[in-house]
Design a protein around this ligand. Structure first.
Ligand code: AMP
Ligand code: MG
Length: 490
């Protein structure tokens, strides 16, 4: 049996200045830690063959599979607001693209597979902890129905990487509808290479926005499309309490998928100012700042596209501003609709927004757990409010709000069970809580024990189901289990 990847390599067929051709660096003793079998099947790959020794060698970058055309992609980016004209895949290598079972083109990329011409001072490697974190959180996001890159496999390399200490090295196989970022456009804009920008924009339209090709103003429509997808994406993040942590423009995908899981985290207690990332000292990427930052990133994309809008610069700027101006409205519509669903409203009425904001304010004042408050509100819709009110330091704050909420829901004809089912379908019980992720990583790194990882991944695959026997995974951390900071792990 040999591993067969039906690769196509459309990105590698773009001009030479889009990437550097580079093969993964072989590692000594690859061992497969996890294969995402359903995803392999979705990609048209044989999971049994990927689980052989040869499969592990490919997933660790030791062997390059037939048909691959490995490249490191060039990109630039604003990191915490500062422009860096050259970043690029410093520790990732795109093997190629496959067409999945739904006909969608997917990149297959190795992350942590050795140095590339874009590595700068880095070693091109990844440590096991961040690889497991990305695996867990990206697959959890998928199960929460949020657009995201996915994780096909995690492999340990048998080698150590040096961070503060020596850590086990690992490679993540990442699957994305593409790895094209706002920063990819910035790379060519910084070089005033309008021809490359046009090629890139055409590639992105064909790949992610095919309905726009051949329309009258495709590049304007492309910007509008990215604005809409990013605004919707960030709304989805907020609705599950997700904090990306490092929303640099190089970590912002033009496909509208969540990408680059570094110091990301889900919050436990609701706090709009929450920051976990150790490097986000100013709170630039705090939970509630994310919509503003996504719009800021889209504005950087708009700047890159201006030369494609036409020769009249002032006109191009005005057109770009108009498109960007739609961001807050698109975000707010998606966010408010999502919040209404979370509190079990089937219709929109005047006053709903204020009602829901009052709940959020009370949650913030009372350090209520974000996930459990909404989940248990589903129980409250059925009459049992005890678990919901228990989330509040002062349960009377919940009672006062719940009275008004019941008056509002009584205006709708749906039955209690209909409402509860609708709420449970959007309010997860299980999220990748920081303390759980941390414990899984410790077991793997310190004891070579992957059973906790397997169990967490399994529970998070069904976040909306009341899974008997796994109730502890829904619990917030005890005070001494709280994780206050997360790290990039690069
Ligand atoms: P990130 O913060 O993970 O989005 O990475 C920012 C930039 O640093 C990207 O260009 C990465 O490819 C690069 N980078 C991160 N870690 C490493 C590493 N260990 N070796 C080489 N480059 C890296
Ligand atoms: Mg990145």
């Amino acid at each position: 049996m040999t591993v067969h990847f039906p690769f196509q390599n459309t990105y590698a067929a773009l001009p030479d200045n889009f990437f550097a051709r580079v093969a993964p660096t072989p590692v000594s003793a690859p061992r497969l830690i996890k294969l995402n079998r359903p995803l392999a099947v979705q990609l048209g790959l044989d999971p049994d063959v990927l689980e052989t020794a040869e499969g592990a060698e490919i997933l660790a970058g030791k062997t390059v599979p037939a048909g691959a055309d490995p490249i490191a992609m060039a990109y630039a980016g604003h990191q915490f607001g500062n422009f860096v004209p050259q970043l690029g895949d410093g520790r990732a290598i795109l093997l190629g693209e496959v067409i999945d079972r739904d006909g969608i083109r997917r990149d297959i990329q190795l992350k942590g597979s050795g140095p590339t011409p874009f590595s700068r001072r880095g070693d091109g490697r990844a440590a096991l902890g961040p690889v497991l974190r990305e695996y867990i959180v990206s697959e959890a996001m998928f199960a929460l129905h949020i657009p995201t890159t996915r994780s096909l496999a995690a492999v340990i390399t048998g080698e150590h990487v040096l961070r503060e200490t020596a850590l086990p090295g690992a490679v993540l196989t990442r699957v994305a509808s593409s790895h094209i970022r706002v920063g990819t456009f910035q790379y060519f804009a910084a070089r005033r290479d309008t021809e490359a920008l046009r090629r890139l924009a055409d590639h992105v339209i064909a790949r992610h926005y095919p309905e726009l090709s051949g329309t009258e103003r495709p590049y304007h429509a492309l910007l509008a499309g990215v604005v809409a997808r990013q605004a919707n994406l960030v709304a989805r993040w907020l609705l599950v309490g997700f904090i990306h942590g490092v929303m640099n423009t190089d970590n912002s995908s033009v496909s509208g998928e969540t990408i680059d899981y570094g110091p990301c985290a889900f919050m436990d207690a609701y706090n709009p100012l929450q920051v976990f990332s150790s490097i986000d000292e100013m709170g630039r990427y705090a939970y509630a700042n994310q919509p503003r930052i996504a719009q800021w990133n889209a504005t950087r994309l708009a700047e890159c596209l201006l030369p494609l809008f036409g020769d009249d610069r002032d006109k191009a700027v005005a057109e770009a501003q108009e498109i960007l101006g739609a961001f807050p409205e698109i975000f707010s519509t998606a966010y408010q609709a999502g919040l209404r669903r979370k509190v079990g409203l089937f219709t929109a009425r005047d006053g709903d927004e204020a009602l829901i904001q009052d709940l959020l304010d009370a949650m913030a004042r009372n350090q209520a757990d974000f996930t459990l408050t909404f989940r248990k509100l589903g129980e409250a819709a059925g009459g049992d409010a005890s678990d919901a009110r228990a989330q509040f330091i002062d349960p009377a704050a919940f009672d006062e709000w719940a009275g008004r909420w019941r008056e509002r829901t009584a205006l709708e004809p749906q039955s209690v069970s209909e409402r509860q089912a609708a709420m449970h379908a959007v309010n997860p019980l299980f999220i990748p809580r920081n303390h759980r992720v941390e414990a899984v990583i410790q077991a793997a790194v310190n004891n070579d024990d992957y059973a906790p990882f397997e169990e967490l991944v399994k529970v998070l695959a069904k976040p909306f189901d009341d899974q008997a026997g796994y109730a502890a995974y829904a619990e917030p951390p005890l005070p001494d289990q709280r994780v206050l900071q997360t790290f990039c792990g690069t």
